[in-house]
Ligand binder design. Sequence first.
Ligand code: NAD
Length: 212
Amino acid sequence: MDKPGIPRPTLSRLPLYHRFLAQVSEAGRAVVSSEEMGRALNLPAAQIRKDLSCLAEFGRPGVGYEVAELLANLEEFLGLANDKEAVVVGAGRLGQALASYPGFAAYGLRIVALFDVDPAKIGLEVAERPVFALEKLADLVGRLHIQMGIITVPAAAAQAVADAMVAAGITVIWNFAPARVGVPAGIWLESEDLASHLATLSYHIKRRGRKA
Ligand code: NAD
């Protein structure tokens, strides 16, 4: 469950702090200051201190944060230490790429199966995960108590897939289709609109003009 009252912008910055701390921890550092974190992440140190105070009282003025303690608390708070199983619906280019990506393991995410409606895809394996027919979704999600669904179908199919996920018992959806998807209260939906980010980049390329 979300800690009540934690603002969404704060929540969106916590993974940045986690990644930075994991790096400094790997480098063998024991203590880090909010100023150093701020310089590395291009954020005001006061903002970082305020964000981290939402978790608990960390850090000693003039000394900084204990890297291991803060890292463990962020992992616990974000649930990164828990294994999360997920299914991908849409075993096309993006669905296959996500299912094959080893980096999600660092976040505790394990994609257990893919689903599709295309008979040519059903029965295939992607990175040793099976591709099942969409009709099997509710059965697998129910049996394995899977909480997370990843949508990688064309935009026109995204709402129906989200509805099927919710009906199956999925409570957290990561949507990659460029479609406005509605979900009932209590379901967490995170949409990655890569096309709109690309449009923003395109605008910045145009604004900066072509360099000779
Ligand atoms: P794709 O055509 O390669 O794959 C889509 C898959 O979804 C196909 O296997 C298709 O059979 C399956 N599908 C269609 N309707 C379905 C349904 N109702 N239930 C289950 N499966 C269904 O497409 P893609 O390139 O992988 O893109 C997938 C989605 O991700 C699209 O919405 C696309 O706009 C978005 N997206 C893709 C990329 C990318 O880099 N490929 C980038 C950004 C966004």
